[in-house]
Design a protein around this ligand. Structure first.
Ligand code: DTR
Length: 341
């Protein structure tokens, strides 16, 4: 009995001692403890797609550069927040960080969506840098309740289809999947745009609800669309702007050194993603040709001029709408044109 009581007392003081050691040395309380700051990062498309690849790269870099003070838990595939609810979800704190495709909400992100007008952005690297510069210059109100951690774009869109599209006449009445502002582009070309998020397109193509889609070509590989779409018409038209955003309250709660790591990474991450995307396009084209025998159709200069000419009204309409909202629309377009040269 006595022996057991002594043992109990000894164990008690050992635990107490350990507690003091831990707290006094700061290990328990210090924010520098590994993984002390946990952040949830939501993304809407599946893990192998480029928005999620850039998310994983950002996670690794932030964890490394903060000496593992920060631990980022990533949620691809809409497991935490979906495409449409991303912005509001992050603002409400359902996720600390989220990746939004701004083109899915044309009226909400008027300034940054100007980069998705047919202005001739040639690749994702140029698009990403122009988008970030535009954001930094105008600091649009749409972002006042969040902190922007990165901005990037995909590469220009092309027509991927089950039937060959050689000229505008071939587009007539063709059911093609599009999202956001791309719907009016397909309509102007005579096609029948069918709106749905990218992940839903896999089934729509298999079932034949749509005969193809309009987007950047990396999806031929990432979503295996090359198995259904044996033709690609190279229109090289318009990019989609994306942003990585963080909940403001969460940002304010972060130590300054962590905030610095993230801000220092903003431009680098944007550039990294644009470059990664451009490289991915090359690989997806090669893979589509080699493993799925996809035919790539280029338009003659005359034909291309006809396709482009059908889209002029889109920028004009945007200028009217943005001017009515009190935005310096002409200046925004001029700036984008300068940034992409
Ligand atoms: N073109 C847009 C955006 C987009 C391009 N590639 C991906 C991959 C995953 C999600 C979105 C996108 C679109 O058509 O949705």
């Amino acid at each position: 009995m006595i022996k057991r009581a002594i043992l109990k007392q000894a164990m008690g003081s050992a635990i107490l001692g350990l507690f003091f050691m831990v707290t006094c040395s700061g290990v328990f309380l210090s924010p520098a403890m590994a993984g002390a700051i946990k952040l949830n990062y939501a993304n809407f498309p599946p893990a192998p797609t480029f928005p999620c690849v850039q998310m994983e790269r950002w996670k690794v870099e932030v964890e490394k550069r903060t000496g593992d003070q920060v631990q980022i838990n990533t949620f691809p595939g809409g497991t935490l927040l979906g495409a449409k609810g991303m912005m509001d979800g992050v603002m409400a704190g359902q996720a600390d960080i989220g990746n939004i495709c701004m083109a899915y909400q044309p009226g909400r992100f008027v300034v940054t969506n100007a980069t998705s007008l047919p202005l001739g952005i040639k690749n994702a690297k140029t698009g990403s840098m122009a988008l970030l510069k535009l954001y930094e210059r105008y600091k649009p109100k749409a972002f006042k309740d969040v902190v922007v951690l990165a901005m990037f774009t995909n590469a220009p869109g092309n027509v991927m289809s089950k039937v060959p599209v050689n000229c505008l006449a071939d587009m007539k009445g063709l059911d093609l999947r599009a999202s956001g502002g791309a719907a009016q582009i397909l309509k102007a070309w005579g096609a029948n745009p069918v709106g749905m998020p990218m992940p839903a397109t896999v089934e729509a193509l298999q079932k034949g609800t749509v005969k193809g889609l309009f987007s950047s070509l990396e999806v031929m590989k990432d979503f295996k669309f090359a198995e259904n779409c044996k033709y690609v018409t190279m229109t090289e038209t318009v990019i989609y702007p994306f942003a990585v955003i963080m909940n403001k309250g969460k940002w304010d709660s972060l130590p300054e050194d962590v905030q610095k790591v993230m801000m220092d990474l903003k431009k680098e991450q944007s550039l990294w993603t644009g470059t990664y995307m451009d490289d991915l396009i090359k690989r997806a084209i090669a893979w589509s040709k080699e493993s799925n025998n996809v035919e790539f159709i280029s338009l003659s200069d005359d034909e291309k001029a006809q396709w482009d000419g059908k889209l002029d009204f889109i920028t004009q309409n945007w200028i009217k709408g943005a001017t009515n909202k009190g935005l310096p629309a002409e200046e925004i377009i001029k700036d984008i044109k300068t940034y992409i040269q």
